[in-house]
Design a binder for this molecule. Sequence first.
Ligand SMILES: [Zn+2]
Length: 294
Amino acid sequence: MKAEREITVHRFEASLFPVNAYLVETRTSIVVVDATLGVSDGKTLRSRVEALRKPLAAVIITHAHPDHYGGVNPLLGDADVPVFAVAGVNDVIRRDDAAKEQILRPMFGDEWPATRTFPTRIVQGGERVSIADAMFAVTDLGPSESPHDSMWRLESDGAPGVFVGDLVYSHMHAFLADGFYDRWLVNLEQSKRELPADAMLFMGHGQPVAGQAMLDWQANYIRRFLDVLRTAVEHDGLQGDALEDAVTAQMKKFLPRDDLLFLMRLSIEPMRVRLGLRQELRQSDDGLSATGER
Ligand SMILES: [Zn+2]
């Protein structure tokens, strides 16, 4: 009985930019959790699966962002392998894929796959899903880091492990542009109550870390971003490039690394709009520019 639950989790980090896929190796097969974004990384992921010499039983997609589902197509090729997701993740991927094409094609060229493979097996939050000889408990988080997130907890005899997607970044800058920061904070708080204290968090970006301090760290990162953005717009009156530079400088004080900094920068203008932040109108400045003939 015990041997049936022996499971090893391998992390695969993409080369295009740091995003993880995980290979869950059971006694008989492999389950891949998330698939990175690009063609080259998706193909390399496939060769990692092949190197383990066990059949690929399924792919799981944790949330609705393209850096987690784009690589499913190059990973699978023509192989008939089920792709699992909760309904909300499936719906958002299909709804937003055409818009992601518009954004990602210019950024990544042919690395963004010409066709994308979508989920084919829809599961419910609260379900326990048996795939090959692994058992996953699914939590449907709803809007969080992306418009729809989920968490997949692996049941095994070893230390508890949970695939949290981008609920938590492992000390990397975060993408906040989808604007669900309030729901994200609630989900972090709830996960702190519900996850085992020693759970290994298999994150979408960066090294897996055990323990709940990461959940607090992520909440603090989000709150700091909101504070910094509000101050820079409403107090310092910044906009455009000056706003981006000021927010970036402040966030690098919180996290003095460059990893995924571009995702945080991409979030500044959408979040300014989402929060309804506007520069205070300065009468004196207007006056000056109106009478600026000297
Ligand atoms: Zn991501």
